[in-house]
Write a protein that binds this ligand. Structure first.
Ligand code: SAH
Length: 269
């Protein structure tokens, strides 16, 4: 891959005013994993993704972000994007026609196979996001993410485009942006070259269906608390054994659901 300049990274996260300009103004980093995000608040991107490891990787062109401002597809002079729910009730619903236009726009130039470019709506009704899903997304060419606001999307859009609904957890956010950023963060850190130490993605929580063992660092004694002796022994086999036992114990206690799945997959060990 050619080394992109820093300005590519900056340009690729700017939201432009007119639909036609958007894709052509966004230099496409050939081959870089891409997140297109349909949102009413494009100014919230890259947000936390612009910092630290994900931010550095964004600047290096290891991935790219293309926010798409839903407002540009709005109706009439006021660019309305929402209206009252059919059948009555509280709140507002994002219009099918407006969201449909935004999705059509976002799909331009993306691979046809959904396996290679999933179309995802962040939604509390969705399949719970997990590490296996992050791994699946990290093996695609990119994603289009739809962030809801208000009471969410008109159901016809979800059905028509066969959109995959993904939830961050059993709670309700005011919008999909924080969920989208969490999903992108978990996915991007699995892309080759993003984590400094490749091994750290293999040993951490969920990689083998268990929670991670406790971690310690300096000082050796802090406020009277010592680091477990085995970790200072230099005995690699004993350390690995201790960590495995801690992982199992933590998982059994805190996450009986994960423990049951782990036991089922690997009853001997
Ligand atoms: N009325 C909806 C909630 C709407 S919340 C319901 O009861 O299901 C507004 C938007 O925030 C949603 O459209 C969705 O995009 C986002 N959102 C809220 N909670 C979320 C969660 N747990 N996971 C992912 N997205 C969420």
């Amino acid at each position: 891959m050619s080394q992109p300049t820093k300005s590519h990274g900056r340009l690729s996260i700017s939201a432009t005013a007119k639909p036609r300009e958007l894709i052509s103004d966004t230099p496409d980093l050939q081959g870089a994993w891409t997140a297109r995000v349909i949102t009413l608040v494009p100014q919230t991107f890259p947000g936390v993704l612009g910092a630290s490891l994900t931010g550095k990787a964004l600047e290096q062109g290891l991935w790219q972000l293309q926010p798409i401002d839903l407002r540009q597809f709005g109706e009439g002079r006021h660019r309305n994007v929402d209206d009252t729910p059919a059948g009555g009730g509280a709140g507002m619903v994002l219009r099918a026609d407006v969201m449909g236009d935004a999705i059509e726009h976002a799909m331009q130039g993306t691979p046809r196979a959904r396996d290679d470019w999933p179309l995802v709506y962040l939604s509390p009704r969705g399949k719970p996001f997990d590490q296996a899903m992050a791994r699946r997304f990290s093996r695609t060419s990119g994603l289009t993410l739809i962030c809801g606001r208000f009471e969410g999307l008109d159901q016809r859009v979800i059905d028509h485009y066969e959109i995959e609904e993904v939830s961050l957890g059993d709670f309700v956010l005011t919008g999909g942006e924080i969920a989208a950023q969490a999903l992108i963060d978990a996915t991007v850190r699995l892309l080759p070259g993003v984590l400094g130490n490749e091994a750290s993605a293999e040993e951490e929580s969920f990689s083998d269906g268990l929670l991670e063992h406790p971690q310690f660092t300096k000082p050796a004694i802090w406020r009277g608390h010592a680091i477990p002796e085995v970790l200072l022994s230099g005995h690699h086999a004993r350390i690995a054994e201790w960590r495995q036992a801690q992982s199992e114990e933590l998982t059994r206690h805190r996450r009986p659901d994960l423990w049951a799945a782990h036991e089922k997959d690997d009853p001997d060990g």
